[in-house]
Design a binder for this molecule. Structure first.
Ligand code: PEP
Ligand code: MG
Length: 862
């Protein structure tokens, strides 16, 4: 092998060099390789081969200029200078040489057809997601592929590609960063390419639910979309790959789109990345963020992280995680493919049924979790890796398990607890798919009347099979406040502790325990006194809750007769129904953005009218405040061609985006004017900064109503979200029918702190004295013109803030539907005059922290 290298004469370097196939097998285009490092040509242009042999032969004469120590990859520098990289399998580096034998040394000279590597097909195929072998031109910026083979190839015989030194006029391989660059496909059609940066707004980064939103956006628009972070580029259509990036909230990623609708695809994916998933935020429901498990306490208690508040007494039901083995191989490639397809179809149908069921019960969070589950099931990385392994003779069950293992490995290596939690979901799907392959079913777990479920981590499908009427609490060794089990515990209203550690398993099945989630404790050996005290506390609490619920339909009036309207914040018709069930007096904020996101064109007037009318109908005589589109800033829309802004929070957003796109605003106003009865539909404008903006819309509304032949006019109000609006409240109130404080934005703009900035979460408190003074100023201005003031920001749902808001003279609170009963109940405990007096004093304190502490002391929760 140690021959003299025959370098070509000068000039020959420009000539075409044919390279023979290093393996026998089937040629696969690079785009289809299930690893974006290869498919996006980051490592260079080339081809892949689905191998049917295990002896890797040199494709040309040359020198071994690199040989990976794990033996799976080798680079030959050909006589014309092209660097030919051969890489056997995907993720084979992790095998650290197992299954590979190298037959060449670095620096050795080789001839075409010389043996470079041999590998054990069985051993390697069992351990990695794919055996696809890459042959790439590592220095593709200098060398171009002028011809490439397709179909079946023979090792050492078939020509695979021709490579030649690039002419300066050749199109560059590397993509330009920045704005649109038009390149040409082999077909000659113009293909747009666009790249931009985006900031991940999702709490906890791109974990399953946000990743599912991003991949849904990428899938909708076709073309090729990738997301790059930390030097890694992944296919935006893969939930698993997106999660594998390990991004955190606030991380800056690069999005690259290529294809006929690159513009819209880019905008859609950026919107999905930058629009925080409210369901993942814990600011509105007051659930504490996860903290590390603290283990066993003196007296037999085990500590955990509160995932769902409450107190329960019950008997422990230990749920072991069931390991399902892949069914034995069928020994026939077609039969294995069929088995895989059938199993995936079965599980897909099961998950779809669960989605429909959750929808029918209006169980939104459950619904969203199953949708995320479906995205994982259809994940192109897992499916493609499984299919490729099946194609090389691995059984369908083993191939699926290996593909899931590989993804779980990626997620666990990231060290991000949120992503590690998704391993439970992947394992859950693996179990379901393997069960579907073997046609077996899991036994039903037996529950006590009052069961406290104890598990390592509770998979979604396991939870769904349990009889919820017998569950009074949930405890898991793993998980965090954002795991499915935590969300489900809150959804079914039982207390839950997570991250309790393995000590949890020392509690025997059937033991009577006390679960105090608020205190973060599971009392595993409660005394008779402790049991009695817990039971009494529970019955007192239940009585209070029942009382609150029984009165939820009644108005919320303070002890001295001051009425507070308690409305709900919603986004959909099903939210509207839910808010009625929860006893809301109406809707104080309908965010209409949901109708506009994930689309290439805006919704028509008819579509919008149907959606608004459905909400009004669901409210059964109550009214809704419908906010016009709050686009731009943190809520970009794919079809709005707004220029990139350096400071989007201070840019074209809220009502300003309506002024920039007048047709969009007119269509929405026409749709709103079509709602019947019009008296039930109140229109509210977001991000208004002065009366001129309001007057413009009022005039426009008047014109449109006249054109539609209407004599009636709907109420028109403004959101007070920027300090200028609060300071000019008297001017606004002269022309508005009502004012509603958007305290989320008002706090951000008053304190000049980004509402999505993770580092400011604690400081961004609407009880800051500066924000309270602006609220007071707003009420003062509105009162001068006899107009009412409401609050629709998250501060309205904050029970500590409630007496202060009442004391400031706010008369409407628009809150999360789930807290309507509690807010109403707390209003009934207050005395308006005392709230006014105390609030005037609290306003002089210098920090939100002090104000909150004093408010808690003055008005403790019952
Ligand atoms: C607010 O800013 O308080 C508000 C309710 O609007 P959004 O959260 O939708 O920006
Ligand atoms: Mg706002």
């Amino acid at each position: 092998m140690d021959r003299m290298l025959r370098w070509p004469e000068s000039g020959a370097k420009l000539a075409e060099l044919p390279l023979t196939s290093p393996l026998s097998g089937i040629v696969v285009p690079l785009e289809d390789v299930p690893d974006p490092v290869f498919s996006t040509r980051m490592m260079g242009d080339g081809l892949a081969i689905e191998p049917l042999s295990n002896r890797v032969l040199s494709p040309c004469d040359g020198v071994v200029t690199h040989r990976h120590r794990a033996g799976h990859a080798v680079t030959i520098t050909a006589e014309n200078g092209a660097e030919v990289l051969i890489h056997v399998g995907i993720d084979t580096v992790h095998l650290e040489g197992r299954g590979f034998t190298s037959h060449v040394q670095e620096g050795a000279r080789v001839s075409a057809g010389d043996l470079l590597i041999t590998f054990d097909v069985d051993e390697v195929a069992r351990a990695v997601p794919s055996l696809l072998t890459l042959m790439l031109i590592a220095n593709s910026d200098e060398y171009a592929i002028s011809w490439r083979q397709s179909g079946a190839v023979d090792a050492g015989k078939s020509r695979l590609i021709n490579v030649r030194r690039r002419d300066p006029k050749d199109a560059p391989l590397t993509r330009t960063s920045g704005e649109v660059a038009a390149t040409r496909h082999a077909t000659g059609a113009a293909v747009a390419e666009k790249q931009t940066e985006a900031v991940v707004a999702h709490h906890g980064g791109l974990h399953a639910r946000p990743a599912a939103l991003v991949q849904a956006a990428a899938r909708r628009f076709g073309g090729e979309v990738t997301v790059t972070f930390g030097g890694r580029t992944v296919n935006a259509r893969s939930v698993v790959a997106l999660m594998g990036l390990g991004t955190k909230e606030g991380d800056r990623v690069t999005v690259h789109a290529r294809g006929p609708s690159a513009d819209t695809a880019l905008a859609g994916v950026v919107a999905a990345l930058q629009t925080a998933d409210a369901k993942d935020g814990h600011k509105e429901n007051g659930v504490p963020a996860p903290t590390p498990s603290r283990g066993r306490l003196p007296g037999g208690a085990i500590e955990g992280v509160c995932a769902s508040p409450g107190l329960a007494v019950g008997q422990v039901v230990r749920l072991g995680s069931v390991d399902v083995e892949p069914p034995p191989a069928l020994g026939n490639l077609d039969a294995e493919f069929e088995r895989l397809a059938n199993a995936l179809a079965t599980v897909r149908a099961e998950v779809a049924a669960a989605i429909r069921d959750a929808e029918a019960r209006h169980a939104r969070q459950e619904h969203d979790m199953f949708v995320a589950h479906q995205a994982l099931l259809d994940d192109p990385e897992i499916v493609a890796n499984t299919e490729r392994a099946v194609g090389t003779g691995v059984s369908a069950g083993l191939a699926y398990r290996n593909a899931v293992n590989a993804e779980c490995g990626v997620l666990s290596r990231l060290g991000n607890p949120l992503l590690a939690e998704r391993i439970t979901d992947l394992r859950d799907l693996e179990r379901r798919v393997l069960l579907a392959m073997s046609g077996e079913a899991l036994p039903e777990p037996e529950l006590f009347e009052q069961s406290i479920i104890v598990a390592d981590d509770l998979a979604l499908s396991e939870f769904t099979r349990l009889d919820k009427s017998r569950i009074v609490g949930l405890c898991t060794a793993k998980g965090g406040a954002t795991s499915h089990v935590a969300i489900l515990a809150r959804a079914i209203g039982v207390p839950g502790l997570v991250a309790m550690g393995p000590t949890l398993f020392s509690v025997a099945h059937g033991t009577e325990v006390v679960l105090d989630a608020n205190a973060g404790r599971l009392e595993t050996t409660p005394s008779a006194n402790q049991l009695a005290a817990a039971r009494k506390a529970m019955s007192d609490r239940a009585a209070r809750h029942a009382e609150a619920l029984a009165k939820v339909g009644l108005p919320a009036v303070t002890r001295d007769g001051h009425r507070i309207e308690v409305a709900a914040n919603i986004a959909t018709e099903s939210d509207a129904r839910e808010s009625v069930q929860q006893g809301a007096d109406g809707v104080g904020l309908l965010r209409t953005e949901l109708l506009f996101v994930d689309r290439e064109d805006p919704p028509t007037q008819g579509e919008q009218l149907a959606a608004y009318q459905a909400v009004i109908n669901a409210l059964d005589g109550r009214s809704a405040i419908i906010r016009t589109l709050d686009a731009g800033g943190d809520k970009p829309l794919p079809f709005l061609p707004f220029p990139k802004e350096d400071n989007p929070a201070l840019g074209l957003r809220g009502i300003r985006s309506g002024f920039a796109e007048p047709e969009l605003l007119d269509t929405q106003l026409r749709a709103l004017l079509g709602v019947k009865p019009l008296s039930a539909c109140k229109i509210m404008l977001p991000m208004v900064s002065d009366a001129e903006e309001l007057l413009f819309v009022r005039k426009r509304l008047d014109t449109l109503a006249s054109e539609m032949g209407l004599t009636e006019r709907p109420s028109l109000g403004v959101m007070v979200e920027v300090p200028s609006a609060a300071l000019l409240a008297d001017q606004l109130a002269r022309h508005a029918d009502f004012l509603s404080l958007g305290t989320n934005d008002l706090t951000q703009y008053t304190l000049a702190m980004d509402r999505c900035h993770p580092g400011f979460a604690e400081k961004l408190d609407g009880l800051h004295p500066a924000v309270l003074r602006l609220i007071a100023k707003t009420v003062e201005g509105a009162t001068r013109h006899g107009k009412w003031v409401g609050i629709c920001g998250a501060l309205a749902s904050d029970l500590d803030a409630l007496p202060i808001l009442v004391g400031l003279g706010v008369t409407e609170l628009s809150v999360s539907a789930g807290v309507v009963a509690e807010v109403k109940a707390k209003v009934r405990t207050l005395e308006y005059e005392a709230c006014r007096r105390q609030t005037a004093i609290l306003m002089n304190l210098t920090s939100a922290k002090e104000i909150r502490a004093r408010a808690r002391a003055l008005w403790p929760d019952a």
